[in-house]
Design a protein around this ligand. Structure first.
Ligand SMILES: *Cc1c(COP(=O)(O)O)cnc(C)c1O
Length: 410
């Protein structure tokens, strides 16, 4: 067990480790790129002009700050099934209202500014469901940089609307046929392209994973979620929430919400992985059902067999089916600062419908997993307690999946 640190917010160490997790397990050819990126990121992080440029785009292009919203009717609905005096207040951070409909744009804006600062003229990215691909293609169009998106051939076939969006935005989508032809294979291909084209290319990674310094810089860019939420809570009701909840694919929206609160001892945190068909069947819960190993340049929890072969993840929500998790989460679990649970496809579908009907908000299937966990937790907490969840994406993209799951013909 690690010793309790004085602050939970100082990591990673200079070699990119969060406890035993993280690091940069990359081919020697990649090492100089990673070191250059780290050097440039340190400079940018300490440069007020860079921060000002980032803040300006978040305000006027992304539409930040996103609202903080008290979900009164959802709160009341959950209280109906709670004992007297029980049933926490449910609040949402409305990141589904961002331009492009999710939190991913925050990170893409930060990384493309970094790319331009480094003089890079070509952007590459990996994508699974296509959400990160669309966000990357969006910022590339905004800044006039050519954009290449690696996407597993299986995903290309099942995510046609997002493939078309990326093309409309001017990106080239390259189907990857190696392995299972899904997200992890697309990420491998992205890393290969980067090594071959390092002189002009910047690789925008879509979640808080990958080799150091990616988990740190993605976290920093997404921390705008938690910084805003913390200030908005204090401003609105002069107190902090009792419990933060967020869905976890690779963990970027969750760490973005959690990080600014990590040193507030009274704020508990719950990350919600995708339990798919169930933890004993096909799922995407790397912490609950995986074991430590190395993938995409960092040590973390992974879904793998005894030989270290990466297993295919499954979730009804395309954005959660990554077979790994960001290394900072693996560490936060190990030291016990954050609790992790999971929700099944079925739980998420029910929660999705509940939010539609109580609040007039159609959420993405990813945060529907967080809402499913809230349904369980709210009734165990007294009425004057507060749960704050990140509504990290809107559900327009998911209505066909939901219709199929509900047996509705569109
Ligand atoms: C991609 C995505 C996720 C999962 O990614 P994280 O890095 O875990 O945040 C969650 N929600 C939405 C809406 C997404 O698009």
């Amino acid at each position: 067990m690690n010793q309790q640190p004085n602050s939970y917010r100082t990591g990673p160490d200079e070699r990119g480790h969060f406890g035993q997790f993280g690091g940069r397990y990359v081919a020697e050819t990649l090492m100089p790129l990673i070191l250059e990126l780290e050097r440039e990121y340190r400079r940018a992080k300490n440069d007020p002009a860079f921060q000002a440029q980032f803040d300006d785009l978040l305000e006027h292009y992304v539409g930040r700050p996103s609202p903080l919203y008290y979900a009164e009717r959802l709160t009341d609905a959950l209280r109906e099934n709670a004992d007297d005096g029980m049933g926490a207040q449910i609040w949402f951070k409305r990141d589904e209202l961002n331009h492009t409909g999710a939190h991913k744009i925050n990170n893409c804006v930060g990384q493309i500014l970094l790319a331009m600062r480094m003089g890079k003229t070509r952007i590459i990215a990996e994508t699974g469901a296509g959400q990160h691909g669309v966000a990357t293609a969006t910022v590339c169009a905004r800044f006039g940089l050519p954009c290449v998106i690696y996407m597993g051939a299986t995903d290309v076939a099942r995510q046609q609307p997002n493939v078309f969006r990326m093309k409309l935005l001017g990106a080239e989508v390259i189907p990857v046929t190696s392995g299972a032809a899904t997200l992890k294979d697309a990420m491998n291909e992205g890393l290969r392209d980067w090594v071959a084209n390092v002189h002009d290319t910047f690789y925008i990674i879509g979640t808080a994973a990958g080799p150091h310094p990616y988990p740190e810089l993605v976290r920093d860019f997404q921390s705008v979620i938690g910084k805003e939420a913390r200030a908005q809570m204090l401003d609105r009701i002069d107190r902090l929430p009792d419990l933060l909840v967020a869905a976890i694919g690779g963990g970027s929206n969750a760490i973005g919400l959690f990080h600014p609160f990590l040193d507030d001892p009274d704020v508990k945190m719950l990350g919600v992985e995708a339990a798919g068909h169930g933890l004993d069947k096909q799922h995407a819960a790397s912490l609950a059902g995986g074991s430590p190993g190395i993938l995409h340049g960092n040590k973390t929890y992974l879904l793998q067999d005894e030989d270290g072969q990466i297993a295919e993840a499954h979730s009804i929500s395309a954005g959660l089916d990554y077979p790994g998790i960001g290394p900072e989460h693996a560490w936060l679990k190990e030291i016990g600062r954050v609790e992790y649970t999971s929700a099944t496809d079925e739980d998420a579908l029910k929660a999705f419908q509940l939010l539609c009907q109580t609040e007039g908000i159609i959420p993405a299937l990813e945060p529907s997993h967080a809402i499913a966990a809230i349904v369980e937790r709210a009734r165990e907490m007294p009425r004057d307690s507060i749960i704050l969840a990140n509504l990290c994406g809107r559900g327009d993209k998911d209505i066909f999946t939901v219709a199929e799951a509900l047996g509705v013909q569109l």
